[in-house]
Ligand binder design. Structure first.
Ligand code: GAL
Length: 431
């Protein structure tokens, strides 16, 4: 009896608070490319043939993903967002792709993407219309799920526009069931909580049972203020949303906008580090045909992707604020820890930040190994409780570290203890 209770306690400590959608997908956060933030609802293929929403765009992205190392880095899904369908369903009530922009149809596009060893994502809406006014799935969940399955689609992003909010949950659950009924594994990406928050606190247990990931907050824009507002929202709701994330179901803070126009390189590093710490889907929205080499290197950084895809499957959180520094930590497999030190001061130069491994810092008692991944790779070597680890962090940039305890009997994950040097030495900007 006692043993059973003990087992239960151990189990509940090591698992997310709810059961995941049982479709065997998204055991680690989804990786891929999604058209929305960069290409939006550009349907003018006469004027802008290279950037409009057409089959060519996804075929070219798939080509580049294979040729330029994206697939090898782990980016797998090529995802269509809004504005792909015709405004009218076919005679049998099925959705159909816009015939001018997708002359081959979605099945042919899926075959093409699959021939490259990649997967195809598509977009729909739980309500009467999509956000851009195309046909939604309300009243057609089973027909649409079957159509997507027949086409060989591998992921569905299901938006929540034009829906009575009291029916949102029911709609998302019914589409989840309809997808399951097709017998094809289709990763299910929801926006259920985003549309429910204005009215009530969403039921995250039900959401995790229904979806593989879910958007909680507003659309990402190509700007630092947008990325910051997403991380601020996440931090201020972390007690609710972090425990529910885990293999099979993840919080989705929206697309990576790295490689576009709005973020400085330091800000791009911050988005990448934060998204890895947050165990977020890594869905890039950029033009992979034309991306700056530095952004490409960042998006393909294996050590950051390893943090994102860590097998322990726990989402990290904000664990400390010192002056304008934020500390984010994510527990990793093998008792390791990822830590991000974000400098939110948007004036001045690089600022010093010291991690003092005081005796209370059990990870490094008696020893740990520290590696800096951002802003540049640096083996910081073996540290002890007496060490001072000195970081230099640019304005709106992030230092990203992994810490590996070297003590064989280390069993607990302790929070780091930090000391902000610049608070003490107010005018020291560079160490
Ligand atoms: C929004 C959604 C975006 C994008 C857009 C398409 O509501 O959050 O990610 O899909 O609709 O119209």
């Amino acid at each position: 009896m006692c043993r059973a209770v003990l087992l239960l306690v151990v189990f509940s400590l090591s698992c997310p608070a709810a059961e995941a959608l049982d479709n065997g997908l998204a055991l680690t956060p989804t990786m891929g490319w999604l058209h929305w933030e960069r290409f939006m609802c550009n349907i003018n293929c006469d004027k802008d043939p290279d950037n409009c929403i057409s089959e060519k765009l996804y075929m070219q992205m798939a080509d580049v993903m294979v040729k330029e190392g994206w697939k090898d880095a782990g980016y797998e899904y090529v995802c269509i967002d809004d504005c792909w369908p015709s405004h009218d369903r076919d005679a049998k009530g099925r959705l159909q792709a816009d015939p001018r922009r997708f002359p081959g149809g979605i099945k042919k596009l899926a075959d093409y993407v699959h021939s490259k060893g990649l997967k195809l994502g598509i977009y729909g809406d739980v309500g009467k219309n999509t956000c851009a006014g195309y046909p939604g799935s309300l009243g057609y969940y089973e027909v649409d799920a079957q159509t997507f399955a027949d086409w060989g689609v591998d992921l569905l992003k299901f938006d929540g526009c034009y829906m009575n909010w009291t029916l949102l949950g029911e709609g998302y659950v019914n589409m989840s069931k309809a997808l399951n009924k097709t017998g094809k594994s289709i990763l299910y990406s929801c926006e259920w909580p985003l549309y429910e928050w204005p009215y009530q606190k969403p039921n995250y247990t039900a959401i995790r049972e229904t979806c593989n990931h879910w958007r909680n907050y507003a659309d990402v824009y190509d700007s630092w203020s947008s990325v910051k507002s997403i991380s601020d929202w996440t931090a201020s709701h972390q007690d609710i949303i972090v425990p529910v994330a885990g293999p099979g179901g993840w919080n989705d803070p929206d697309m990576l906008v790295i490689g576009n126009f709005g973020l400085s390189h330091d800000q791009q590093e911050s988005q990448m580090a934060l998204w890895a710490i947050m165990a977020a889907p890594l869905l890039m929205s950029n033009d992979l045909r034309n991306i700056c080499p530095r952004s490409k290197k960042l998006l393909q950084n294996k050590l950051i992707i390893d943090i994102s895809q860590d097998s322990l499957g726990k989402q990290g959180s904000l664990t400390g604020k010192f002056d304008s520094f934020e500390i984010w930590e994510r527990p990793l497999s093998e008792k390791r820890l990822a830590a991000a030190v974000l400098n939110k001061q948007e004036i001045g130069g690089p600022r010093g930040f010291v991690i003092r491994a005081i005796p209370g810092w059990k990870m490094c008692d008696p020893k740990c190994n520290v590696t800096q991944i951002l802003p540049e790779y640096k083996e910081m070597g073996v540290q002890t409780p007496k060490s001072n680890i000195v970081l230099s962090v640019n304005p709106s940039g992030t230092a990203l570290l992994t810490i590996t305890p070297l003590s064989s009997d280390f069993t607990e994950m302790y929070k780091l203890r930090w000391e902000d040097l610049s608070v003490k030495q107010k005018h020291a900007t560079i160490l």
